[in-house]
Design a protein around this ligand. Sequence first.
Ligand code: GUN
Ligand code: FE
Length: 454
Amino acid sequence: MENNMHLFQGTAFSSKSPKETQILKDHLFLVNDNGMIEQIVAPQDTNYQTLLDAYQGKNNFHPLAGGQYFVPGFIDLHVHAPQWAQSGTALDIPLYDWLNTYTFPLESKFSDLRFAEKVYGDVVSTLIANGTTTALYFATVHKEASLLLAEICAKKGQRGLVGKVVMDDPEQNPAYYRDLDTRTALLDTEEFIVAVQALAQSTKQGVYPVVTPRFIPSCTDEALKGLGELAAKYDTYVQSHCSESDWAHGYVRDRFQKNDAFALHDFGLLRDKSVMAHCNFLDDHDADLFAETGTAVAHCPVSNAYFANSVIPIAHFHNKGVEIGLGSDISGGFSPSLFDNIRQAVISSRMLEDGVNPSLPAHERGVPDSRITIDEAFYLATAGGGESLSLPIGRIQANYAWDVQVIDTNVPSSKLPIYDANEDLHDIFQKIMYLSRPENIREVWIQGEKVHSR
Ligand code: GUN
Ligand code: FE
């Protein structure tokens, strides 16, 4: 039995609560055959030495070198996998124009499975190399290419939650890029769900189908209703864009005389397994509805700085009991790294609190109580994402999956400024959060399997 177990040794950081990061100094982490953390043992525990003696020198013993630390793998709650092909471009135009002139033409090319394979292979590998162990993906309207993305996640060992995008309204979507009709959109979605659930059986880490109306403007009422029914029938995840921009938010108010949150709820699309991206214009009633239904927010701080012209009041929604995680929103956000999004989440929140109009007196410039700390942003990228998905991931804790990044602070090309062997570990944690680059991510493990090393 013990032969199938792995023992890791080193110092780990993990969120205890949104505001508090737990430091597990020189602990042992026993990981079972299913890739779950079976036991965490502190140096002062009585079985520490016995356990160490049993594994030392064997190839299932993995001690960290000096200057290396365990950090939970990141959970990216909002990524458009096809848009990796245009990351870093066209960020200076408004959302509506960006969708129509750049994004829909690009996504339409994923009818070509060879092109899809190239981009999807690259984006999954890139996210893993950036420490993302779980990703909630939008694919495109194409059923086959969407299934290919799930297969690539399965093969590369990433926990992928994948949605075939639904855009069925012929009035709202271009003829070259939309579902054939509403019936086909729903049939394709159902076949996609069944295929991904079957594929999941052959994976250790799990892959999951996600019901994915792109956003209300792209879908007919009939499609939204049918998707709500499919989500209930197959108990799937649901994702969409919610109250993202002035334009999208205003469109939904004109069509339904209510905000996105209540409109989505009417169609059965707010469930415990729902994750809504952006949510910049959520009001307090919407937030209460999210908290009641268990719907989570995918906070996309880099993207929001470009397309939303807004900063979402994370701290306020958190206080109202809404689950929140972080999303890169590739390519609305240019970066595949949740480290970058952690940093931007902190910076944006400070600008919201402090305000940016120097002609106003300091106390009138911003929104009080908006700041989040680096610990809170780390929580969003890890434990908050796990809670949003109701999966035992995002924490280094017993009965959680061994999804970790090994951060090396001593990499020559990106050496973190640590000069005191006894430096406070919370200070080191902060340096890791602010200064790590992909080259500092030495190894990535998902469900107890090493999926990346450098
Ligand atoms: N709203 C509808 N589609 C999209 C998309 O692809 N990206 C973003 N950021 N917002 C959207
Ligand atoms: Fe998006």
